[in-house]
Ligand binder design. Structure first.
Ligand SMILES: Cc1cc2nc3c(=O)[nH]c(=O)nc-3n(C[C@H](O)[C@H](O)[C@H](O)COP(=O)(O)OP(=O)(O)OC[C@H]3O[C@@H](n4cnc5c(N)ncnc54)[C@H](O)[C@@H]3O)c2cc1C
Length: 475
């Protein structure tokens, strides 16, 4: 296929995955599907599987039944949901990109309205500020179907969990997945270690989806049966996050602000970001790379906040209200390329961070996990041969991973402490992406197309159309 045709085909396939349309095609009748991990990827996979399987079992090392809190209690009690040990990043600012907002509306009709009723925030879009390398950028109005749903990570997960565990054929089991069961070249179940000890039990399954996050042991489990490990690509970003929750006054002028400083001559890469969350609070983040480590000390946190554009300092009304500061270090952006394996068992899929966990500064993770669920739906609606590996699924997932990776890897490899691996054609691509950023400042159409790509509503291949290249070069 010629390069232009390949780009067009990638853009069109991605548009199908990111679509808001109700899934079409026959169902794949399954007796029992088992999902490993009950966080965003696992819950979304379970939602999709509930349309195909008689029974869906989520195996999760945290006790999901014990975390059960109704929407009404979440609306009434600011402390009803909190971080849980299985998701250590949960205390950090999490923003859901428009692609994720669309997918939530697709799989849970009315989700945004119900989330707002429970306390999630839909801020006025005119009150958004984006600073790039100290300059205020034009922001893009929301796309139809992408409903602003701002909340803490734990709150958003609880809303999704309520809807998934409320389905009649989905239930959770508390325990730790500890390996696969195989017969011939097909997975037949998983081994589960009950929490708190006890005998390891086998859970039989017609289909298994691994959603155990970036530390997934799927490669070890595959290797134990003589299968090759999925090749892993890593970029050692050494990202340091610190997030505080601060009371939010009624009707602020600015509701969402982002300050991104990219690596470059005379610039130290840094990130500042605040969004509204439930119960009249801000989630406020400062982040640095390498040795630039924001800590838990409120004085250091405030100093960093005040070095950002003025709306950041203004968001912190009374410095005494900066409560506990949560920190998190992420060593690398990583992806596991299952689509490159020539041997893989049938009836096994992988989704979410277990496939790719990239630089969180771009906010891809939860939306990518939701798009993986869309890939799962497309696979199960395609009348798949379950005696063979799910190659079309992994090809679609790779397309989603590429879309996020191309956004983030270009900036990751420009960090001074990172020495690759550089994408093919890196210098030319870096030169062109600087031109695109400049052109987007002047031309609203270019700005919108770039925004569709960075919000995972469109594939970066859409930006390689000759008409787009010409528009950028002449802007
Ligand atoms: C600092 C930081 C900030 C982020 N910010 C954003 C953001 O702004 N926007 C965004 O979209 N994304 C963000 N992300 C990414 C986001 O957190 C993840 O992409 C998202 O949670 C999807 O992950 P997941 O469900 O695949 O895995 P996880 O959320 O990591 O969940 C894995 C689940 O598997 C369970 N588990 C693990 N091992 C086992 C086992 N053996 N048996 C049973 N259960 C197991 C865990 O308990 C957990 O529930 C951020 C990530 C980090 C680190």
């Amino acid at each position: 296929m010629a390069t232009g045709d390949r780009a067009r085909s990638a853009a069109a396939r991605f548009a199908g995955i990111a679509s808001a349309a109700a899934p079409a095609g026959p169902r794949t009748p399954l007796g029992r599907a088992v999902v490993l991990g009950g966080s965003i990827a696992g819950l979304m996979a379970a939602r999709v599987l509930s349309e195909h399987a008689r029974e869906v079992l989520i195996v999760e090392r945290d006790d999901l039944d014990a975390l059960n809190v109704s929407d009404a209690r979440m609306a009434a009690d600011p402390d009803a949901v909190g971080s849980r040990p299985g998701v250590p990043q949960s205390g950090q600012l999490h923003a859901l990109l428009p692609a994720g907002q669309v997918q939530l509306g697709r799989w849970f009709p009315g989700f945004a309205e119900q989330a707002w009723a429970a306390g999630a925030v839909n801020p006025p879009r005119t009150a958004v500020r984006l600073h790039l390398n100290g300059r205020l950028n034009r922001t893009v109005p929301p796309e139809p179907g992408a409903e602003g749903t701002f909340a803490s990570r734990a709150f958003l997960e609880a809303l999704i969990r309520n809807r998934v565990l409320g389905l009649p054929n989905v239930r959770a089991r508390h325990g730790r997945a500890d390996g696969l069961l195989l017969h011939g070249d097909a997975v037949t179940g998983v081994r589960v270690r009950p929490d708190g000890g006890g005998a390891v039990a086998d859970e039989r399954a017609d289909l298994v989806v691994d959603c155990t996050g970036r530390s997934s042991r799927i490669n070890d489990w595959l290797e134990a049966y003589g299968y090759p490990r999925a090749p892993m690509r890593r970029i050692g970003i050494k990202l340091n996050y610190a997030t505080a929750r601060i009371p939010r006054p009624a009707g602020p002028d600015v509701w969402i602000a982002t300050s991104v400083v990219t690596p470059g001559p005379g610039r130290t890469a840094r990130l500042g970001f605040f969004t509204p969350i439930e119960h009249d609070r801000w989630s406020l983040l400062v982040a640095g790379y390498g040795d630039d480590r924001p800590g838990r000390d409120p004085a250091d946190f405030l100093r960093r906040v005040r070095s950002l554009p003025p709306e950041f300092g203004a968001a912190v009304g009374d410095p005494g209200e900066v409560g506990e500061i949560a920190t998190y270090h992420q060593a690398d952006s990583r992806r596991r390329d299952f689509h490159l394996l020539d041997r893989f068992p049938a009836r096994l899929l992988v989704a979410g961070d277990a496939v790719a966990s990239l630089n969180p500064a771009y906010g891809h993770g939860m939306s990518a996990a939701m798009l993986h669920a869309s890939c799962l739906s497309a696979y199960l609606r395609s009348g798949p041969d379950l005696t063979r590996p799910a190659r079309s699924y992994f090809a679609d997932v790779a397309l989603v991973v590429d879309a996020a990776w191309q956004n983030s890897a270009m900036i990751d490899v420009a960090l001074p402490h990172v020495d690759g691996p550089y994408p093919r054609g890196y210098r030319a691509a870096a030169w062109f992406s600087d031109r695109v950023v400049e052109a987007a400042r002047r031309d609203p159409r270019i700005n919108r197309e770039v925004s569709l790509v960075s919000s995972l509503l469109a594939h970066p291949a859409a930006l390689s159309r000759p008409s787009f290249l010409l528009r950028v070069l002449t802007a």
